[in-house]
Every structure is written in C-alpha cells, then in structure tokens.
Design a protein around this ligand. Structure first.
Ligand SMILES: Cc1cc2nc3c(=O)[nH]c(=O)nc-3n(C[C@H](O)[C@H](O)[C@H](O)COP(=O)(O)OP(=O)(O)OC[C@H]3O[C@@H](n4cnc5c(N)ncnc54)[C@H](O)[C@@H]3O)c2cc1C
Length: 413
C-alpha cells in the first residue's frame, strides 16, 4: 500500500542548512515521561513471560529503513503500530526509550468508561471514546483474548444530587438513593448516581503485551535523540541505537516532542493504591471527579486517581496515600480497615485544554503526533491508532479526530 506523505522515491540523506539547524542532540526528545513511581499492582500480577515481552531489547536485525517509525512504547505508540500494520503500511518499527508501558500506560487504573465523560467532555471526545471501546470489544474477540477486558457497569456518584437540568442520555440510568444502595450495598448513602452499563476495565500491562505482539518490530531501550529534516520531511531520526531513515514517523511520546511539535502541555501526577483482599466484590466501577474505586481479580480494591498538579517528583507521597485511604473508607465503610498492598504514582501527559492532540505535524508531510491523552489514553488508544493509520494511508484526516488538531491552541490565542 502507498503511504500518503511517505517518500515516493528513495530520498537522499543530504539535508539543507535549515534542516541541520533543526537537528537536536541528546537528551532524548520527548523524554518528559517519568517512570511509574514504585511498582503498580499490574507488575505483580503479570506472568514472567509477559514481563519479558515488555522489554525485548534491540533486535539483531534492527530495521533502519522502516516504512513507519513509531516513537514511544506507551499504549498510544503500541496501538498506532498495531493499526499501521493492520492497514498494510509496510514495515513498522517502534522504539521505546525504556521498556514498553513504563510510564503512565503501565500505571493507569485501566477504566474504559466513555459514558462517564458525557457530562465533562465535548461530544467529539465521547464519540471517539465510544468507538474506541467498541473497537476494544472487536479486538478482544479477534485475538481470542477472553481475559483482556472485564465488562462491568460504571457508576458515577452524584453526592450533591443530580445537577440542575440533568437529562440522562440513552446509555445511562439515573439512580436514586435507594437504587444506588441496592446496587452497591457497601456504599455510603448517596443521594443519586448515574449508572452506565457495558463499560470495561483492562489490565494495562496485559494490554501492552497483547498490543506488542502485533506491533511489528519493537526495540526497547532506544531513545530518539534528534531529527533531521529536508524540506517538509523528516529524513533521519537519530537514536541511541544509531540513525534511522523512516518513511513516516508517528510521535507517541506522551508529551508531544518539542521543539518539533509545539503544544501547551504539562504532566499531571496521580496516585493509586491496591488493597489486600476485602472479602466483598464491587458489582461496578465507582467514579467521582478525581477518584475511582474498582475490584481487582484477586479480591483487593483499586482506589485513587488523584491529580497533583505541579508535583514532578517520582516519589509516592504518604499524605496522598493517606487521603486515598480515608476517601476509600468514607465511600465504602467496609473497606475502612483494608490494608494497602501496592501504592504507586505516575504522570498523565496533558494539554492546556485537557483534550488530546491527534494530528499531522505542521510543516512536516511525513510526521504525525498522538499526545496529551491526560487521564484517558488507555480508553482512546485503539480508536486513535486506527485513525492515525487511516490518515497515513489515505492522506485524509479522519473526521473523528478533526477536533484534536494542533492549530486549536493557536486559534484560542
Ligand atoms: C493515576 C492515573 C490513572 C489513570 N487511569 C486511567 C484510566 O483508568 N483509563 C485511561 O484510559 N487512562 C488512564 N490514565 C491515563 C493514561 O495512563 C495515559 O493517558 C496514557 O497512558 C498515555 O499513553 P501514551 O502512550 O500517550 O504516553 P506514555 O504512557 O507516557 O508513553 C510514552 C512513552 O514514550 C516514551 N518516550 C518518550 N520520549 C521518547 C523518546 N525520545 N524516544 C523513545 N521513547 C520515548 C516514554 O518512555 C514512554 O514509555 C491514567 C493516568 C494516571 C496518571
């Protein structure tokens, strides 16, 4: 298949003076994705063979002329690689500075609940999220991956009662206090809640393994350190494993790689805990702004999802863990004395307006970016990967991602 924006003839490695001025040396571009602080519950519940699949190292036959180079081995890069392969875009190479899913993608809570975003996010976001969850369902079936997704309702608590003018939409049901108590007998009395059926949860590292097995050639411990352009094309990518000459580049580095892609962006730290088994199982995921609770396979609870703006330290903060434990006990009194088995933190790559960037890079005909996925990158990954692959294949921006363009930040001043 022909790739829109890819080289139509063998390109010369020479570059113009402007291009060499844009060359950047180490440190790694886009490496603002700190690792997960302390080990998440996901690492402890992963089979050793799967753990090894997340860190294959550098292949002996590293492809230095891939048709598509994906930079970043979080969920976004992995999904982009999988869908580029499925679209028949030729040889795909993914490089990851650390190991796969070593940043937010391996520490996230794993909730896939598009309906719970209806009240807070724009319609374009909810549409993309719904299509992504539908795509997850298809992928799990095609891959015969029966354990990839756990389907369960999502319950959005409304502690102040239904907001004025709330009109439940077809995918949700408004529960009163009695109905909420009947559904979750262990929940503190709640005046109202919105119940969305058919939402899901994923084990983030099992997801990364499933994607990695279908992502083409994967090299870990390889960081992009510089780029060289000629005209409107990237012609060389410098890495810690030498120079690559890709046809097309997809940046999936968490935060967009500066200076090549200019986005107002930051990292937003969040903490999570996993408890010892609690002796009861929640029939649904429980959600509040900045807080969530769900049951884990082994019988413990996953709780947290806090937002610590401005904290760039990889340290797990005792005071935040204390807050999560208190909040958990307030919402589920039966879990008040639950002991914490795992505690960790990781960093959401976020843009100024909270929406992701999924776009072709301005001024570069053969580069795309998927960045700033904030607190919903796992949810959006399949639909985003599919849209990017379609865009690369056809040269046309898929309508589902038009709202996530880079130019919106310039428009909003
Ligand atoms: C506490 C918390 C809870 C969350 N819960 C959920 C949830 O329930 N559901 C949900 O959908 N989302 C959730 N998220 C959000 C989700 O984790 C992120 O949106 C998603 O992981 C972002 O994926 P990514 O691939 O874009 O970025 P990352 O996971 O940050 O991956 C980017 C990768 O690129 C690599 N990289 C960077 N620079 C270079 C370079 N120069 N060369 C090579 N590699 C490079 C990095 O090492 C990194 O591995 C949560 C996030 C947090 C913090």
């Amino acid at each position: 298949m022909r790739i829109a924006g890819s080289r139509q003839t063998a390109s010369s490695p020479t570059c113009d003076p402007a291009a060499s001025r844009r060359s950047v040396a180490s440190p790694a571009i886009g490496s603002g994705s700190p690792r997960v602080g302390w080990a998440p519950v996901w690492t402890a519940t992963l089979k050793p063979a799967d753990r090894a699949a997340l860190d294959p190292g550098i292949p002996d036959d590293l492809d230095r002329h891939p048709d598509v180079l994906v930079v970043g081995g979080g969920v976004m890069g992995l999904a982009a690689a999988v869908f580029c392969r499925r679209a028949g875009l030729g040889r795909v190479l993914l490089i990851e500075a650390d190991r796969l899913a070593s940043a937010a993608s391996g520490g996230a809570a794993g909730a896939l609940a598009p309906e719970l975003h209806h009240l807070t996010d724009p319609p374009a976001f909810v549409q993309l999220a719904r299509s992504s969850l539908a795509l997850y369902r298809q992928l799990a079936q095609q891959w015969n991956a029966t354990r990839l997704l756990r389907w369960a309702p999502g319950l959005l608590l409304l502690p102040d009662g239904p907001p004025p003018g709330l009109r439940p939409w077809p995918e949700v049901e408004l529960l009163d206090a009695g109905q909420a108590a009947e559904l979750v007998p262990d929940l503190v009395p709640m005046p109202a809640a919105l119940l969305a059926r058919d939402q899901a949860r994923v084990h983030p590292l099992r997801l990364a393994v499933a994607l990695a097995r279908r992502a083409g050639s994967v090299a870990t411990g390889v960081a992009m350190t510089g780029l060289q352009t000629a005209g409107d094309r990237i012609v060389r990518v410098r890495t810690t494993a030498g120079v690559l000459h890709p046809g097309v580049v997809v940046f999936a580095t968490g935060l967009a790689p500066t200076p090549w892609v200019s986005v107002p962006q930051r990292l937003v730290k969040g903490h999570l805990v996993a408890t010892e088994p609690v002796g009861f199982r929640l029939p649904c995921g429980i959600h509040l702004p900045g807080f969530g609770i769900g049951s884990l396979e082994y019988g413990g609870l996953l709780a947290g999802g806090t937002r610590e703006e401005g904290d760039r330290s990889p340290q797990v903060r005792d005071e935040v863990i204390g807050f999560i434990r208190r909040r958990l006990g307030e919402l589920l009194p039966a879990a008040r004395s639950a002991r914490v088995r795992h505690r960790w933190c990781c960093f959401r790559p976020a843009t100024a307006d909270g929406q992701p960037v999924i776009d072709r890079v301005a001024g570069l005909g053969n580069a795309w970016v998927s960045a700033g996925h904030d607190g919903t990158g796992l949810l959006l990954a399949p639909a985003t990967g599919r849209a990017l692959a379609a865009w690369i294949a056809t040269g046309q921006a898929p309508p589902q991602v038009r709202n996530f363009d880079l130019a919106r930040f310039a428009r909003s001043g």
